[in-house]
Design a protein around this ligand. Structure first.
Ligand code: CA
Length: 233
């Protein structure tokens, strides 16, 4: 399930946003200030953050800047929420690293449309859209992976791992990044676990000659390559 962190000190607004996101199938965590938001991020990296600009203590703008400058949170999708409709504020928000910007009051339709648009662009693994790479089709809605009319048997962790790889092809992901993005836990799970599941994933892809899809990048991690020859694995 995709996880959204809502950082908003006004309880009523936070609840309304959380309610709407949960209705759409998101797992929602709410933080009411910058410190709580940071400790949630330290625990589990969400798929997206809705970040209020005006927070008690440290502002949402300062938080966004801090997250953008840290390697672990550099690509974190962020939508700023604000009551300030001035263009200069919008520019400051985008400069601080926000991916999009919502001015209060906003409709739930607009909220959900922006959330989906940012996820589509930056975290497509958080959406239910089917993906196709190198003749392999993965459908999150039916939890099926097929090549042509051949369906493969795949475990839940390998499914998530493959989904992440397929939505981020050609990029090299370190073991720590994969733990963060696929397992949602970078603290208590050993990096060796990634190797175990990559091995299982390759085995699952073997019957459809796609085990070479996942490349080991020495000293760096793993990558999904789209250049796969149709030879027996
Ligand atoms: Ca506020």
């Amino acid at each position: 399930m995709s996880r959204v962190l809502v950082v908003e000190d006004e309880m009523a607004i936070a609840e309304l946003i959380a309610l709407n996101l949960r209705h759409s199938g998101f797992d929602v965590v709410v933080a009411h200030n910058a410190d709580d938001a940071q400790s949630e991020i330290d625990k589990v990296l969400p798929d997206l953050v809705l970040l209020d600009w005006m927070l008690p203590g440290q502002s949402g703008l300062a938080l966004a800047k801090r997250w953008r400058s840290a390697s672990r949170t550099r690509d974190l999708p962020i939508i700023m929420l604000t009551a300030r409709a001035e263009e200069v504020d919008k520019v400051a928000g985008l400069d601080a690293g926000a991916d999009d910007y919502l001015t209060k009051p906003f409709s739930t339709h607009e909220l959900m449309a922006r959330v989906r648009a940012v996820l589509r662009r930056k975290a497509p693994q958080a959406l239910d859209a089917a993906v196709e790479v190198a003749g392999l089709r993965l459908d999150p809605a039916t939890r099926r992976v097929c090549r042509g009319d051949q369906e493969i048997k795949i475990g839940p962790t390998e499914f998530k791992l493959l989904h992440f790889f397929m939505t981020h092809p050609e990029r090299v992901h370190s073991r720590a990044q994969l733990l963060d993005r696929v397992w949602g836990d970078h603290v208590f799970i050993e990096e060796r676990t990634v190797d175990v599941h990559v091995k299982r994933l390759r085995e699952a892809l073997s019957p459809v000659q796609r085990s070479q899809l996942i490349e080991t990048v020495r000293g760096a991690g793993y990558r999904l390559t789209q250049q796969v020859a149709d030879v027996a694995a």
